[in-house]
Design a protein around this ligand. Structure first.
Ligand SMILES: [Ca+2]
Length: 82
């Protein structure tokens, strides 16, 4: 059982890492900092219409998702403001 739990934990961690990497790739393609997720970027700019809509959707999946995802130390390499 412990081996299965360990495998399951590693699988979830692996899938989460891939999801974060894809999220950051999409953010970079949209002119954002390649080390920042779309959720963090939109959490900072939620007064912008596109971010407001993205956060409204994500906040239905997880309460205050965008606000909780903000990475204060990221965003310095942003090329375009949303
Ligand atoms: Ca980061």
């Amino acid at each position: 059982m412990k081996k299965f739990r360990s495998f399951f934990f590693l699988l979830i961690l692996y899938l989460r890492n891939i999801a974060v990497a894809v999220d950051q790739l999409i953010n970079a393609l949209l002119g954002g900092d390649p080390d920042e997720t779309i959720s963090s970027r939109c959490g900072k700019y939620k007064h912008r219409k596109i971010c407001y809509m993205i956060c409204k959707f994500l906040n239905k999946i997880e309460y205050r998702h965008c606000e909780k995802s903000i990475e204060i130390d990221e965003g310095k390499r942003e090329v375009l403001r949303l």
